[in-house]
Design a protein around this ligand. Structure first.
Ligand SMILES: [Mn+2]
Length: 239
């Protein structure tokens, strides 16, 4: 049986000093994304950044995943860089934004995780807090890297949402590996999960094809988040 093909948006990274080619750039994604998608029944391909023929690249895919990663260059949402903003890579951002728009236009289901969720918001005209401490009233330490694969804080999930239909619960404990988050959400998006400090932790596209963003990292939470990847793969299989 033909499996749905999910393309993961590839990311540029400088090879570490001491590796075989320390001066060269690499294209990568973390293994957890492809493992979870494969376990959900998808065939996974990594999409190397490019500036040409992105429409053709999208045609290879039944769905596109935008993964976690570095901060998005603030120029992508028309802001000056704050001293709290981390390193970013404009080549990666430019590719991801173009890929997102092409995938949307082609009606492909999209899942955005962490940076990937932020990317969707930026692509749709929203803005980000360049650091979570810029959000008034913050009281949760969102970059909780120590607990990368276990619960860090609860989220409240809206009942009338795709996320609720997948996770079957309005309260979930999630991990939290982000220091940036959505500030102004795009009008094209419906917020579907919040935290008590006001943070936006999930959304979905109001119109058009299936498009879901989550601020946490489901790919490191094991079986409890498998239904999210299964739902994404199922949507992709309908394409
Ligand atoms: Mn969080």
């Amino acid at each position: 049986m033909r499996k749905p093909v999910i393309g993961i948006a590839g990311t540029y990274e400088q090879a570490p000093a001491g590796s075989a080619f320390p001066t060269l750039r690499r294209i990568f994604t973390n293994e957890g994304y492809s493992t979870c998608l494969q376990e959900a029944g998808a065939l996974v391909i990594l999409l190397p950044p490019t500036t040409i023929n992105i429409e053709q690249l999208v045609q290879l895919c039944d769905g596109v995943l935008f993964a976690g990663g570095a901060d998005i260059d603030p120029s992508c949402y028309k802001q000056e860089r704050s001293p709290l903003c981390g390193p970013s890579d404009l080549d990666t951002d430019t590719f991801h934004l173009a890929l997102y728009h092409q995938a949307r236009q082609a009606g492909k289901p999209i899942l955005g995780i962490c940076r990937g969720m932020q990317l969707i918001n930026v692509a749709e005209g929203g803005t980000l807090y360049q650091d979570y401490k810029e959000q008034e009233g913050w009281n949760i330490h969102h970059p909780d890297l120590k607990h990368w694969n276990c619960p860090s804080h609860p989220v409240h999930i809206r009942q009338d949402s795709i996320l609720f239909s997948i996770l079957k619960s309005t309260e979930r404990e999630v991990n939290s590996l982000h220091h940036q988050l959505v500030d102004t959400p795009s009008d094209a998006l419906k917020i579907t999960a919040n935290v008590s400090d006001g943070s936006i932790e999930a959304f979905e596209a109001i119109d058009g094809p299936w498009c879901v963003g989550v601020q946490w990292h489901p790919e490191t939470l094991g079986i409890s988040m498998a239904p999210l990847f299964e739902a994404f793969a199922r949507e992709a299989s309908l394409r």
